[in-house]
Each structure stands twice: as structure tokens, then as C-alpha cells.
Ligand binder design. Structure first.
Ligand SMILES: NC(=O)CC(=O)C(=O)O
Length: 286
């Protein structure tokens, strides 16, 4: 049996309604839905929220909604209390973060342990700067800065890799976490109605197959009134590349069980993890 995931665990993905202009209302909604998940499936051990769940996903709003991370910051307090109360690992989606040393704004995922401790953060490393003709133009770099590290977090069940949305287009982050023995890559995300149909499922399945681990994407629900129309379709892919849970477009919670046996069985059947040729591609940046 694979040791990288120590036991079966249940995950819940909370596909929250697209965030309103009211940060406290957004946080309250997240709280209500985490409570609902734990009421429906009390054996849930890991809960994931979407990208920018407490603020509008809009370049000109990130600074206004940003928080300096500390135990006193509004969002940290709410998420920490939820993780502690329900004894869950919580990947608290992402929020706009202000770094007081540099005055830079980041799109940052927060990871809490079962005691409510903020155990790691991931600042979106690859910013969503695209211009798709007749599709969508978005430029996160107009107000955000990119993070400087890949993120692999230790939990009592094993390691998880964390990226945010556009980060999933860059296989390197997932590979780094996989090489460190992560059992899952988790991406709080917000694809849209242009790029979602093109690439959402393909990218999730590709990262899972590349690395033979679970891939978890948690999106906001779609809101056709909002300027940014999130794709929805939060999903969980197993190490074989099968989608084992998928949301629709509306607000909902989906659940999946992650099983160490699934990782072990597929890695044994198709042993790419043992067949890699690091002698050929030890440093592909050159
Ligand atoms: N919103 C993102 O960061 C990424 C996205 O929508 C895409 O890659 O497509």
C-alpha cells in the first residue's frame, strides 16, 4: 500500500456562489457552507474553498479587499475557527493579501490544520495575464505580484501540493510536489466560461496522470450577472485520470474519498514513478 497517503480520507469542495462586494457576507457564506458540509458528511477531513472566495475576482478590487495576514486578520480568524471547530484541514481558498513590507498584493491560498493553525500559504505564482480574441482579456499583473515558491504542505495524512488556478497550466509546480511525495495537488481556482470549456478538465486530468496523484479543483459557482463568469465544475480526479466527483455550475458541495490503494494500484500498473529518466532531464530549465 502506498505510504504517501496514510489512510482513506474524505474531502469536501465548496463551490460557493461568486463573491459579492460584501466581504463579511462572503465569509459568512463560506462559514455556513463549511458547517453544512460537516453536518452532511461528518467524517470529512479536508475542506477546500474557491479562489478569491471573500472578494470579487477583479483586478481593480484586489487592493481594496486585501488583508495583511496575521492571527487578527478577518479572514484568518474565520477560517482558523472553522478548522479548529471541526478538526479539519482547510485549504481556505485564496484571498487578496497585502504584504506590508513591500506594499505588494498577492493572490494567496491559506492552509489551516485541525488545530486551526495557519500552517502554510501559497501565493499564486503564475499570474493570469491573457488576451483571447473574442474571448477574455484579464491582467492580474496590473495589480498583483506573483509568488516566489512552490508549496507542499505536511498534514497528518501525508503531503498536499497547493497551487492557484492559472498555476495548474504549469506542470512544474505539480511535479515538484509529486517528487516530494504529495498525494494530492489542490488548486482553488476560478476558470471562466471561455477557458473552462477549453481546458479545465483536460488540465486537471493531465496533472493527475503526469504525477499519478489526486487533483482537486475548487471553483466559485457561475454567476451570469457578474463581470467575471466563473466556470464552476469543481472536481476531483483520481491518480488514473478519472473524474470521481464533479459539481455543476451552481452553488453546491461535492465530496470524494481519497484512497491510498488507488494511488498504489495505478502506480504499480503503470510504474512511471519508477521509470523516470532524471539522467536525461535533470534540469529542464537549461
Ligand atoms: N483565472 C485563472 O487564474 C486562470 C484561468 O482562468 C485560465 O487559466 O483559464
Amino acid at each position: 500500500m502506498s505510504q504517501i497517503l496514510k489512510q482513506k480520507i474524505k474531502v469536501a469542495l465548496i463551490q460557493l456562489a461568486g463573491s459579492s462586494a460584501d466581504k463579511l457576507a462572503n465569509l459568512d457564506r463560506a462559514k455556513t457552507f463549511v458547517e453544512k458540509a460537516l453536518l452532511e458528511q461528518p467524517d470529512t477531513k479536508l475542506v477546500v474553498l474557491p479562489e478569491c472566495f471573500n472578494s470579487p475576482y477583479a483586478v481593480d478590487k484586489f487592493r481594496e479587499y486585501s488583508e495583511i495576514l496575521s492571527s487578527e486578520s478577518t479572514s484568518v480568524k474565520v477560517l482558523s475557527e472553522l478548522a479548529r471547530r471541526f478538526k479539519i484541514y482547510l485549504v481556505g481558498g485564496s484571498i487578496p493579501e497585502l504584504d506590508p513590507q513591500t506594499d505588494k498584493i498577492y493572490n494567496t491560498a491559506l492552509v489551516f490544520d485541525e488545530a486551526g493553525k495557519l500552517i502554510d500559504t501559497h501565493r499564486k505564482a503564475h499570474l493570469f495575464d491573457v488576451a483571447i480574441p473574442n474571448g477574455i482579456t484579464f491582467q492580474e499583473s496590473a495589480t498583483l505580484s506573483g509568488g516566489e515558491k512552490s508549496t507542499t504542505v505536511d498534514t497528518k495524512y501525508g503531503k498536499i501540493g497547493v497551487g492557484i488556478c492559472y498555476d495548474m497550466r504549469f506542470p512544474e509546480l505539480a511535479m515538484i510536489s509529486a517528487r516530494k511525495d504529495a498525494f494530492a495537488m489542490i488548486y482553488p481556482s476560478a476558470f471562466n466560461t471561455v477557458t473552462g470549456p477549453m481546458h479545465w478538465h483536460l488540465l486537471a486530468r493531465s496533472r493527475a496522470i503526469d504525477n499519478q496523484l489526486y487533483v482537486i479543483l475548487c471553483s466559485p459557482a457561475r454567476n451570469m450577472e457578474s463581470a467575471y463568469k466563473a466556470y464552476g465544475h469543481s472536481l476531483v480526479v483520481n491518480p488514473r485520470g478519472d473524474i470521481i466527483a464533479e459539481a455543476g455550475e451552481g452553488e453546491e458541495i461535492i465530496y470524494a474519498e481519497l484512497d491510498p490503494e488507488d494511488i498504489a494500484a495505478f502506480r504499480e500498473a503503470v510504474p512511471v514513478t519508477k521509470q523516470r529518466r532524471f539522467d536525461i532531464y535533470s534540469d529542464i530549465s537549461k
